[in-house]
Design a binder for this molecule. Structure first.
Ligand SMILES: *[C@@H]1O[C@H](CO)[C@@H](O)[C@H](O)[C@H]1NC(C)=O
Ligand SMILES: *[C@@H]1O[C@H](CO)[C@@H](O)[C@H](O)[C@H]1NC(C)=O
Ligand SMILES: *[C@@H]1O[C@H](CO)[C@@H](O)[C@H](O)[C@H]1NC(C)=O
Ligand SMILES: *[C@@H]1O[C@H](CO)[C@@H](O)[C@H](O)[C@H]1NC(C)=O
Ligand SMILES: *[C@@H]1O[C@H](CO)[C@@H](O)[C@H](O)[C@H]1NC(C)=O
Ligand SMILES: *[C@@H]1O[C@H](CO)[C@@H](O)[C@H](O)[C@H]1NC(C)=O
Ligand SMILES: *[C@@H]1O[C@H](CO)[C@@H](O)[C@H](O)[C@H]1NC(C)=O
Ligand SMILES: *[C@@H]1O[C@H](CO)[C@@H](O)[C@H](O)[C@H]1NC(C)=O
Ligand SMILES: *[C@@H]1O[C@H](CO)[C@@H](O)[C@H](O)[C@H]1NC(C)=O
Ligand SMILES: *[C@@H]1O[C@H](CO)[C@@H](O)[C@H](O)[C@H]1NC(C)=O
Length: 509
């Protein structure tokens, strides 16, 4: 009797355990093989100013076949810090990558020893995922003084990473630790096509017994905006969108914006329209990349067991508040990013409004891989429950942090020798897009209130506050108009978030 009870208890434990493992690793019949993942990360692609418009195939094959997130943000609007957040699932104040230079920890020895050794690929590899990386990694990756091309970040089985910042031709790659030089022949060298091709080879050669993770980071649509030959004449009549904050003065804003030329010169406008058109041309090759990968997955009968994520490291602007072109600002156009996901358990044709941050990507990948997230030290949260409520429960965060450490030159900006020190990216027309004192932290709230509160580390301790409900283009800084009690609450939330770590970053009721 006792024995039979024990056996039946053991059996129900086994059934329960089987169920748990199944749910955890998404190995259930409904989902097929354990969740494979393809992650496509573009460079500088905005959402707010039409960045997804040229990508018809990607929208059909990913967004329409799954979810669009209409409130997807980066925790910081600069390449290297944002990519470091994506890899680690941490806010910049925790991975401590401050800017795009080695001295600011971009691919630095401290980064390699610390945060990079705890980034998501390390955990995926422990879960026996076969991993592939192709494309731009971190701006300073591959420099001789920090390990050169022989440094392969842990967790990657196949490593095809760009040395340095975005380029389309005439670059070097680290191919599994060996340097590979490329010239400027479209058929052999065009980086976006090259990484697409290599990912297809990886899919052919992989073992069918274990799941895979593919990360593709094309250079597009970052400068120098080199289109594939067949797309050089596309979008002839396209111009950057007017309206909203385009060519508006930033007179009630922080120091840098008060110093932008307003109205912009015709030269600046010509420059930004050209940038806008050329960026779209480069995105057509990314659109082809998406199509190639999806077709290959279909051919291999893997499409129904594979999650495909598409996003960008941060947004971009074209004349907003009279800043010609760049990122680095706290406004919606720079912090909002496209995010589309398809995959097992995700119903097609959904648009989700819950806020999602770039630090949530890593925990979401690990959640799909069946990892218990309390074992990892990440500030983000899995958003799998948002996309696939049949698989997971969860709740949305009511507000989050955006932080940026401004970049400057110790002397004058090389393109504008007449300007004093402390500024950077002063092009065109000597309008500067960043400065040491463009250092800020914001709380962005998207629950009952649609509000942004930002504090600057400058000589004025400048504060900007926007009511996004009444003022979606952030034309009016309402710091002097809102209830001081509300400012105090926002200030308290900001202080808490700026020192948060792990769970304390999302236990924010
Ligand atoms: C996925 O598609 C393949 C081929 O069409 C099929 O054999 C398999 O059962 C499908 N899996 C799921 C989970 O639908
Ligand atoms: C999504 O919705 C559109 C328009 O309502 C429809 O044409 C399309 O077939 C839907 N796609 C899917 C995958 O359900
Ligand atoms: C770089 O990161 C290390 C820890 O990984 C930290 O000690 C150091 O202060 C960081 N440097 C900067 C400039 O933040
Ligand atoms: C990618 O593969 C296609 C099809 O095989 C080929 O035509 C093209 O030249 C390749 N491009 C690169 C850059 O390898
Ligand atoms: C700038 O362009 C506008 C509109 O095209 C034109 O009216 C104006 O004369 C131009 N200004 C200069 C200085 O060329
Ligand atoms: C995850 O790990 C924590 C801490 O070890 C444990 O309390 C929790 O039950 C685990 N969750 C699952 C779903 O196994
Ligand atoms: C979500 O929570 C509800 C209520 O606790 C529970 O009945 C349901 O099974 C949970 N769903 C998942 C996918 O965990
Ligand atoms: C990057 O950050 C480091 C450390 O704070 C700083 O010394 C350096 O000047 C910064 N680089 C730029 C270009 O601002
Ligand atoms: C910001 O930095 C610039 C350049 O160093 C300086 O001229 C300006 O006074 C500073 N403004 C504030 C508000 O700190
Ligand atoms: C923001 O604007 C909306 C719409 O005008 C208004 O109802 C709300 O009270 C405002 N919020 C704050 C905090 O002022």
């Amino acid at each position: 009797m006792a024995n039979r009870e024990k056996i039946s208890r053991d059996m129900s434990m086994a059934v329960l355990f089987g169920l748990l493992t199944c749910v955890l690793a998404l190995r259930c019949a409904e989902c097929g093989n354990p969740g494979n993942i393809v992650f496509i990360l573009t460079d500088d692609q905005d959402l707010d100013l039409g960045g997804l418009t040229p990508m018809k195939k990607a929208r059909t094959l990913i967004g329409d076949a799954g979810v669009y997130f209409s409130n997807s943000f980066t925790a910081t609007a600069l390449c290297c810090p944002s990519r470091s957040s994506i890899l680690t699932g941490r806010y910049p104040h925790n991975h401590q990558v401050r800017n795009n230079s080695l001295t600011g920890n971009c691919s630095s020895p401290a980064w390699q020893k610390g945060p990079e050794s705890q980034a998501f690929p390390v955990y995926l590899s422990k879960q026996l995922y076969q991993t592939f990386y192709g494309g731009k990694y971190l701006n300073q990756y591959g420099r001789k003084d920090v390990g050169g091309v022989s440094h392969i970040p842990p967790g990657w089985d196949q490593w095809h990473a760009l040395v340095g910042n975005s380029k389309y031709y005439k670059f070097s790659l680290s191919v599994n630790g060996k340097e590979e030089h490329h010239g400027d022949h479209y058929d052999k060298d065009y980086l976006t096509d090259l990484i697409a091709n290599r990912s297809l080879e990886f899919l052919d050669k992989r073992s069918p017994k274990q799941p895979f993770f593919i990360m593709l980071a094309p250079p597009a649509p970052h400068a120098p905006w080199t289109a594939a030959p067949q797309y050089e004449n596309a979008f002839k009549d396209i111009k950057a969108p007017r309206g909203g904050s385009f060519n508006k003065p930033g007179k009630d804003k922080h120091w840098l914006l008060r110093h932008a030329k307003n109205p912009m010169s015709n030269n600046s406008i010509k420059y930004l329209d050209n940038a806008y058109r050329k960026r779209w041309q480069t995105l057509l090759s990314v659109d082809d990349l998406v199509e190639k990968v999806v077709k290959k997955l279909e051919q291999l009968q893997l499409l129904n067991s594979t999650y495909i994520f598409f996003t960008s490291d941060h947004g971009f602007h074209f004349g907003q508040f009279s800043l010609p072109t760049n990122k680095r600002q706290l406004y919606e156009f720079d912090i909002r990013v496209p995010l589309m996901v398809r995959g097992p358990g995700i119903k097609p044709n959904q648009t989700l409004k819950a806020p999602v941050l770039n630090i949530d990507l890593a925990p979401t990948f690990l959640d799909i891989a069946g990892l218990n997230l309390s074992m990892v030290n990440m500030d983000g949260q899995s958003f799998l429950y948002q996309m696939a409520p049949s698989l997971r429960n969860g709740s949305a965060r009511p507000y989050f942090l955006v932080e940026h450490t401004g970049e400057g030159h110790p002397g004058s900006d090389p393109t504008c020798p007449k300007l004093g020190p402390g500024l950077s990216d002063c092009f065109p027309d000597c309008v500067c897009e960043d400065a040491f004192n463009n250092t800020y932290a914001c709380v962005r709230m998207l629950s009952d209130k649609n509000l942004q509160y930002c504090e600057f580390a400058d000589s004025e301790s400048f504060v900007e506050v926007y009511n996004l409900t009444s003022d979606p283009h952030q034309l009016v800084n309402v710091v002097k108009k809102v209830d001081p009690a509300l400012l105090q609450i926002m200030n308290q939330k900001l202080i808490k978030l700026q020192s948060c770590e792990g769970k304390t970053c999302w236990d924010t009721k």
